[in-house]
Design a binder for this molecule. Structure first.
Ligand code: S3P
Length: 430
């Protein structure tokens, strides 16, 4: 475990950063490249630990993947070209890898076992194994398939119509990926629209997917063709800098090539509602995923309510939104976010407990948190608890702290942003 002494007592961020590639899109690019026919070239792939886990799992399935930093070439031979893995597929900390792979493996003619780290071992999997089971999949695991290790015995699948009980892009994507190999149509109905990178990627790989409101449909047996994917920067990584600049007096920064898919831009809505000073310059292009530059300056902020349909559009940004709220005028309430309890950590508890250690006035609720604004942060020893987004949020919080801050398990940030500290500290001016 590495303990890092964080920069504290700073005021101003200036300059620009090009945040690394989007994690969700990077995973999917490798997965689709592996089940498509032909070569897929991925540009601006995120070489974070989670996405590297996806690459290593598909290599174990026999796919030829060449990775050089953020350039990746996948030589796909179709889903039929995937082979029985010799060993357990190890997904590390990555929920997206394990859940989406179950969708792919369910319809393939071999048996494979998946497992990951201690955090993965605590994350619920029935949300995926249940609908896949309805499609004919055979998946067994600890506690009736709720937890890893999970063993998938490939079967012939058939399409289903499934209403998602929780808004989850991972569950939707697992079902759609299984649906691509199933007989007939597979229809997923979402309670609230979640990130749609899987749907966009099916189109990019020459497949067909239909959407009507919250209803998504794929037909089985489609032929996918390798393609070129340019991964935009990850707005979930950009969020740390957006918040840092918004709360540090005198700050003025530009974030380049940030993904602006509307299913992911809830953080922009929150910044806007709180009165942040920013301009977005979208790139003019026909790219499958929109992107652009964001310039943001410090400004006076006010508390807000974050709830309802907005939650899936900013689910991974809630830890840093909680920090943002500590610096606004008045109270911020976050609700309808019970899903936070089953992320890499229970993010209601880790956010509340760790920010409290720094002196914030923040309280957990059943499905979110209540944060009092205008807080001055002090210092102390905090922990990422193995959760990358908690580690990055606390590193931003530390910049405002008067006393020293030590971050335990700081290595967790490499899950989604290996160069995080270099990029952050390159912006610190005073
Ligand atoms: C993701 C979906 C979200 C998100 C996760 C990535 C994806 O999870 O929190 O970081 O790539 O599909 P859920 O589907 O569990 O909400």
């Amino acid at each position: 475990m590495s303990v890092k002494t964080l920069l504290t007592n700073r005021t101003t961020l200036e300059g620009q950063v090009k945040v690394p590639g989007d994690k969700s899109i990077s995973h999917r690019a490798v997965m689709f490249g592996s089940i498509a026919n032909g070569i897929t070239c991925i540009e601006n792939f995120l070489p974070g630990e989670d996405c590297l886990s996806t690459i290593s799992c598909f290599r174990q399935l026999g796919v030829d993947i060449v990775q050089n930093g953020s350039d990746v070439t996948v030589t796909g031979k179709g889903a039929d070209g995937l082979n029985h893995p010799e060993d357990t597929l190890y997904v590390g900390n990555s929920g997206t890898t394990i859940r989406l792979m179950m969708g792919i493996l369910s319809g393939l003619p071999f048996t494979s076992t998946l497992e990951g780290d201690d955090s993965i071992a605590r994350r619920p999997m029935t949300r995926v194994t249940l609908p896949l089971g309805k499609m004919g999949a055979s998946i067994t695991g600890r506690n009736n398939g709720e937890f890893t290790p999970l063993t998938v015995e490939g079967q012939k699948l058939h399409g289903i119509t499934y209403e998602l009980p929780v808004a989850s892009a991972q569950v939707k994507s697992a079902i759609l990926l299984a649906g691509l190999q199933a007989e007939g149509d597979t229809i997923v109905i979402e309670p609230v629209k979640t990130r749609d990178h899987t749907e966009r990627m099916i189109n990019q790989f020459g497949g067909k997917v239909e959407r009507d409101g919250e209803v998504v449909k794929v037909t089985g047996g489609q032929m996918l063709k390798g393609t070129h994917i340019n991964v935009p920067g990850d707005i979930s990584s950009a969020a740390f800098f957006l918040v840092a600049a918004a709360i540090m007096p005198g700050s003025d920064i530009i974030l380049r090539n940030v993904g602006l898919n509307p299913t992911r831009t809830g953080i922009i809505d929150v910044l806007s509602a709180m009165g942040a000073d920013f301009i977005i310059e979208p790139y003019e292009s026909e790219a499958a995923e929109p992107a652009g530059d964001i310039r943001i300056k410090h400004s006076k902020l006010k508390g807000t309510i974050v709830e309802g349909d907005l939650i899936p559009r900013l689910i991974d940004e809630i830890p840093v939104i909680a920090l943002l709220a500590t610096q606004a005028e008045g109270k911020t309430v976050i609700k309808d976010a019970g899903e936070l309890k089953v992320k890499e950590t229970n993010r209601i508890d880790t956010v509340v407990n760790e920010l409290k250690k720094l002196g914030a006035d923040i309280e957990a609720t059943e499905d979110g948190m209540i944060i009092q604004g205008n807080q001055s942060l002090d210092g102390g020893t905090v922990s990422a608890h193995g959760d990358h987004r908690i580690g990055m949020m606390l590193s931003i919080a530390a910049l405002l702290c008067k006393r020293d801050v030590r971050l335990e398990q700081s290595e967790a940030v490499a899950v989604s942003y290996p160069g995080f500290f270099d990029d952050l500290y390159s912006l610190v001016r005073k």
